[in-house]
Design a binder for this molecule. Structure first.
Ligand code: HEC
Ligand code: HEC
Ligand code: HEC
Ligand code: HEC
Ligand code: HEC
Length: 334
């Protein structure tokens, strides 16, 4: 990509073009490395963005605690672009009208469409439905214009809304729960392990499996990602061979093991190391030798499978789906 030219960090640092537009003269004169530190340290406290607790009064007293919490509406029922686009759409009043619709709906016998028809709290919703003018919701979260953010890039990779917005499903009125500073973005981009979960749980904000439940999730994800490879990690290395072959060819003749060119010890070791440990091979290097033996690999996976932590699950997901958040400037400044 052409933008790679302005992604150099520290060494031979080049400011992206957009920086010129900002009043950052002091920063430039502070020197290149100093400039970067100042950027991350000083500017990370930009007051408008780190507005934790910011809670504007909305034109309609819409409660997420009620709609997303108690009624369990999925976030995507209303924010229906969140997993497809950069921005998470704020729903049009027609979406509210599905339940707070008005007399026509009542006649049709749609009971849900008649919720609180006369409530004063819904006056503006009814007016909006009639006039076609949108309700003027106030923004809660807002990054500066020179920052590029993308919802779908996160949501489709297993980063839940809760990591960035807190327990929206418990909020009567939405407020900003996290800093949204550059440091905050980067902290996760550098180390996303504990923030990753199965993609089908991203809108389940209270998801927090423990013990047996977490174990089940780990096993399912292992199976989903690696199938036969995952199943194989029971018992000793004999089982491993058998199961590996099993999954691969649907047969169970251990004798044929040796003639399958795909399945040899070195290969298995390689597959394990690369797929399951990815860039974190140290995790499985029990004796600290720098090499992972098959025995170490097995031991590590057995460990994970018998009592996985959220980090173990995150490492598995990260490597299985090759999740690698970028950190260069042009990722977020274009
Ligand atoms: C019934 C529709 C509906 C559902 C379901 C819903 N929301 Fe919302 N959401 C809205 C509306 C309307 C607003 C704008 C008013 C407000 O801020 O409360 C909003 C605002 C927000 C905002 C603040 C946007 C900003 O301006 O920064 C966030 C964040 C958010 N929702 C997250 C969620 C999450 C996470 C879920 C699922 C747990 C969810 N919403 C479920 C309708 C919904
Ligand atoms: C799937 C149906 C459904 C949708 C869609 C829905 N609501 Fe509701 N809403 C309800 C129900 C049910 C209640 C009442 C719950 C109760 O009283 O226990 C309610 C209550 C409310 C109330 C409180 C009314 C009062 O007098 O207490 C407001 C305000 C409200 N909704 C606004 C909205 C807005 C704004 C939207 C669109 C962004 C919306 N609702 C979308 C089902 C829905
Ligand atoms: C990695 C962090 C992150 C995750 C995950 C995330 N959001 Fe956001 N969200 C943000 C940021 C940052 C903004 C402000 C974006 C801006 O100003 O351009 C935002 C803004 C919003 C808005 C306002 C409209 C918009 O796009 O600016 C809504 C609504 C919203 N988020 C809903 C959700 C929902 C629903 C989910 C989960 C399905 C979710 N978000 C997941 C960080 C996140
Ligand atoms: C809780 C963790 C987390 C936080 C917080 C977070 N991100 Fe991310 N981000 C990720 C992950 C995971 C990915 C997906 C990486 C992948 O697909 O390899 C990602 C991807 C992205 C991408 C897409 C990059 C590409 O590959 O095209 C952008 C842009 C981005 N993040 C910007 C931001 C910004 C801006 C913020 C802060 C406002 C932020 N992120 C906060 C975890 C996070
Ligand atoms: C993962 C996303 C991400 C990456 C990567 C990133 N930034 Fe940022 N940057 C942000 C966000 C978000 C803000 C806004 C935070 C704020 O205003 O407090 C920001 C703010 C800034 C600002 C401050 C502007 C101001 O007015 O406060 C500068 C300068 C900056 N970034 C430069 C850089 C440089 C140089 C790099 C590469 C070394 C970089 N950024 C990489 C997300 C990112």
């Amino acid at each position: 990509m052409a933008t790679d030219a302005n992604t150099t960090q520290l060494d031979g640092f080049v400011f992206p073009a957009w920086v010129n537009k900002m009043v950052l003269l002091g920063l430039a004169s502070a020197g290149l490395i100093g400039g970067y530190v100042a950027t991350v340290g000083f500017f990370a406290t930009h007051p408008k963005v780190i507005n934790v607790g910011h809670m504007p009064e909305q034109p309609v007293p819409f409660s997420h605690a009620l709609h997303a919490g108690k009624l369990k509406l999925d976030c995507r029922y209303c924010h229906n672009t969140v997993d497809k686009a950069a921005h998470a759409a704020i729903p049009p009043t027609a979406t509210c009208g599905n339940c707070h619709g008005g007399k026509d709906r009542v006649k049709e016998g749609a009971t849900l469409a008649a919720v609180h028809l006369k409530s004063e709290k819904l006056t503006k919703v009814r007016e909006s439905l009639e006039s076609g003018e949108p309700v003027e919701w106030l923004r809660v979260h807002e990054l500066p214009g020179f920052v590029y953010f993308n919802h779908s890039a996160h949501v489709t990779r297993g980063v839940s809304c809760v990591e960035c917005h807190g327990r929206i499903d418990k909020m009567e009125v939405v407020y900003q729960a996290k800093q949204l500073s550059m440091k905050w973005c980067l902290d996760c981009h550098r180390n996303p392990d504990e923030s990753l979960r199965p993609v089908d749980q991203v809108t389940n904000l209270g998801w927090d499996p423990q013990g047996e439940e977490l174990k089940k999730v780990y096993d399912e994800e292992l199976e989903k990602a690696f199938g036969h490879l995952g199943r194989s990690v029971v018992g000793d290395s004999n089982d491993l061979r058998l199961f590996y072959y099993d999954g691969k060819a649907g047969a169970s003749k251990a004798g044929e093991f040796a003639v399958n060119p795909l399945v040899n010890k070195q290969n298995l070791q390689h597959v394990f190391a690369e797929k399951i440990f990815g860039e974190d091979p140290k995790l499985a290097d029990g004796d600290g030798s720098g090499d992972i033996s098959l025995a170490e690999a097995l031991l590590y996976l057995k460990d994970c499978r018998s009592s996985p932590t959220r980090k173990d699950l995150g490492v598995l997901l990260k490597n299985a789906y090759k999740i690698k958040p970028k950190q260069n400037c042009s990722t977020c400044h274009r």
